[in-house]
Write a protein of this length. Structure first.
Length: 64
């Protein structure tokens, strides 16, 4: 369970860093382009923030 918690913390931090720094390699991916087209860039950024915070909080909560 500890490995899952660490993975969730790292992935949540990556999502929040992706929002802050707007990594170009992330926005060039095909699936991300479709999501940005459906939600708009602002909606996608909100999704990154919500998922990042949720995974970070869940990972911290799972740590022993």
């Amino acid at each position: 369970m500890q490995y899952l918690a660490i993975f969730l913390i790292v992935y949540g931090a990556f999502l929040l860093a992706s929002f802050l720094f707007q990594f170009p390699f992330l926005y060039r991916m095909g699936k991300v382009k479709v999501m940005v087209k459906m939600m708009g860039k602002k909606g996608f950024n909100i999704l990154l923030i919500v998922m990042g915070l949720a995974l970070l909080i869940l990972g911290i909560w799972l740590l022993p």
